[in-house]
Design a protein around this ligand. Sequence first.
Ligand SMILES: NC(=O)CC[C@H](N)C(=O)O
Length: 486
Amino acid sequence: MATTSTPKPAATVKIASAAAPKPTDPNAHPGVQIQSPITDYLAGLVAQNSKDNPGANAAYIPELAAVNSDQIGACITTVDGYVYGSGDVGVEFSIQSVSKPFVYALAIEEHGLDWVLDRVDVEPSGEAFNELSLDGKQLPKNPMINAGAMTTHSLIGEGTMTVDERFEHIRKGLSRFAGRELGVDEGSYASELATAYRNFSIAYMLRNYGAIKAEPGDVVKGYTRQCAIQLTAADLATMGATLANGGKQPVTGEQVVSAETVRQVLSVMTTCGMYNEAGHWVCEVGFPGKSGVSGCVLGVLPGNLGMATFSPRLDEAGNSVRGMRMYKQIAKEMVLHMMLPPPPARTVIRRDYLLRSAEGEKVVVVSLMGAVNFTATERIVRVMQGRTLKNPEHKLDGIVVDVRRVDQVYPVASRILAEALRRLRSTGHKVVLVDPDNRLLGDLGKGSGIDTAPGDDAAADEIVGDTSKFDKWERIPFSPQMLMLD
Ligand SMILES: NC(=O)CC[C@H](N)C(=O)O
């Protein structure tokens, strides 16, 4: 870890006073009168981290050694495709090792995860990125180090594609993540290939142990070209946003790879993306990251954002010194660590209340919002139990579950809720779902689900589009007793 010169992060987040909007500001919405404080925050982050510039450009690739090492930029792309940036976020650089997670994703999409896992393992190596190493099964230890990345590269169109076709497939694939056609830095390619002795030796080792089938020289050429794909920090942040968004490119709307593939890629990035600094990275930054020797670092906060930094000088592990510093700072100041998640279980219930009809019929309305996952479902079921079964003296006639503000329903939630609602029906409660598109239960609500309750095994008596049938009902407060949940 070459972090000795890391300044102490500011105790409080300093946001510069909002500057007047500039017509050329790419971050200003047309017609909006203020510049976002997020842009100012990034400007502050870049300015604070520009004060010193420790480390050194990658020396083993002559083209990279010659890059202007004063450059620095930081960029964030949200999962709905909005790009914030400050500093050198429009400067093009070669993607280098940050290509590895994306090519891994393409290999999984092409062959399926199990097939790929039989060829490249997923254990952190704790070694340098260019280590000549294999595991006990003579497989590369993970796809983020060069041995694993060259193997992964060779798996694309293995046995069917020529070297050029394989590269083109990869270039097009990465372009789909970015949402624009990416080119190649021919200078960087030629310069790296001319001195790629280390990677040639890794490729020959891989061929010797049968890890790759293609000619080692072809694999090094193709992989080096993959590393020379050219892009900006803004592109890279957007590629990260595609991963953060479950594989769906936020601007083009294309599902580039499946959410399952993304899960695999981000898991491996978390444990292996920063080589022998992976442990420190995950503790201090706390979300998947990947660095490249051109000085770029990609970060992905699943469900939230993609981020990219660019600053060419590297520490001993080959990670950008100022990039690492900026990530540590933003993760701390903006509370982005994955192990500090928001509490989903409590926020899923927007509100619940009692309604009474003119005839004295009483129902409880449980209105849901956000994502309904396992822990949210547990909470919903417990609230439904507390409001109904445990309060027989209140003689509730039914339960109305309003899901119109729900964004996402996990399949596990549908299964558990279908069963819970069935059980409510079997105890004499009428169940009404306010769910115009039948998203909560889908087919599971019809009675084909798990462990069906006695009698009619549908999970709901009625599915309605809105609550207009309750317009004339009177709202009554919960008694303290009814608020007891367990
Ligand atoms: N860590 C990196 O970015 C390494 C990529 C570089 N092209 C190499 O193979 O050596």
